[in-house]
Design a protein around this ligand. Structure first.
Ligand SMILES: [Zn+2]
Length: 301
């Protein structure tokens, strides 16, 4: 029992939600080390790919916590760099999953050889955010990438697509594996005085990188206190976890949407194996199952 409990905790990443400077700003801040470790293990990413995937999942996870129950957010980055494509998906309950087209990117900055160059690995491209509200039309917004560093790209997204001036920070420290990861989103609330925006901007400029703070054993609350000169109120503690909700039933439904010719092709094989892109779980469907899907489709006609 103890072990199971421990494993569950190991999978969870803590998030604090607080207001700063008397309700002038809202902050969502997370230590996503566990989440990113699990993601990088599943996708077998190295170095720059781990950093890029971890940064995207951190921000996507935090944005998921801003949703209402049952809503889902997809954040996609398409670039002309060697990573090409990363996707993060999150819900309002803190479940986060993702995928990356190239797990093997290892590009470092030319001037700082110990710094991974996420910007170059992503290149020029777009950030697309899709919020699925189920009943209503989904919200879709796509912006050109500002830097490919991910945090700045999301700050630009919040400003131009949601009209909420925000500061976004995210980092992943990678050695052989992920050492730590995390980030925050600070949103300016409607009542905020312009003077306070300057104050917080200066605070953020003098703040060490997020992963350095984690390495120096700063807690999330310590970081909030540092940003706000101790003027903060924590009102919620949440968790993020890497979790894929795939199932054999769901993949069977997806098979059912294929046209009969494609299904007939699959039925030539004894077993059809489908690999979940988010968690790498493999699902096997026998020839009989595929033939049954075909006959069900033909009856429906
Ligand atoms: Zn899955």
């Amino acid at each position: 029992m103890e072990n199971i409990k421990e494993n569950n905790n190991n999978n969870k990443s803590e998030v604090l939600i607080a207001t700063l400077y008397d309700d002038s700003f809202r902050i969502y801040i997370a230590n996503t080390t566990n989440l990113v470790l699990k993601a990088t293990k599943i996708h077998k990413t190295i170095k720059t790919s781990s950093a890029a995937l971890g940064r995207l999942l951190t921000v996507t996870g935090l944005m998921g916590l801003m949703l209402k129950q049952d809503e889902i957010i997809n954040c996609k980055i398409n670039g002309d760099g060697e990573i090409k494509y990363i996707l993060g998906v999150a819900d309002a309950n803190g479940n986060v999953k993702g995928e990356i087209s190239n797990p093997n990117s290892y590009i470092v900055c030319k001037d700082k050889l110990n710094k991974l160059n996420v910007s170059e690995a992503i290149g020029n491209g777009t950030l697309t955010v899709i919020k699925d509200f189920h009943l209503k039309e989904p919200f879709i917004s796509s912006i050109p990438l500002i830097s490919g560093e991910i945090a700045e790209d999301f700050a630009e997204y919040f400003l131009t697509s949601e009209q909420v001036p925000s500061s976004v920070s995210t980092g992943v420290l990678v050695s052989k594996k992920v050492i730590n990861a995390g980030g925050f989103i600070i949103q300016v609330l409607p009542n905020c005085d312009n003077v306070l925006i300057d104050v917080i901007e200066n605070k953020l400029k003098s703040l060490k990188p997020f992963t350095t703070l984690l390495s120096e054993n700063f807690s999330l609350e310590d970081i909030i206190a540092a940003i706000s000169d101790n003027n903060y109120k924590i009102y919620e503690k949440r968790y993020l976890q890497y979790h894929c909700d795939c199932s054999k039933t769901r993949f069977k439904k997806i098979l059912g949407r294929l046209d009969v010719n494609s299904l007939k092709e699959l039925s030539l094989d004894e077993v059809t194996e489908i690999n979940c892109h988010f968690c790498q779980k493999k699902y096997k469907f026998s020839r009989d199952t595929i033939l049954k899907i075909i006959s069900d489709k033909e009856i429906k006609k």
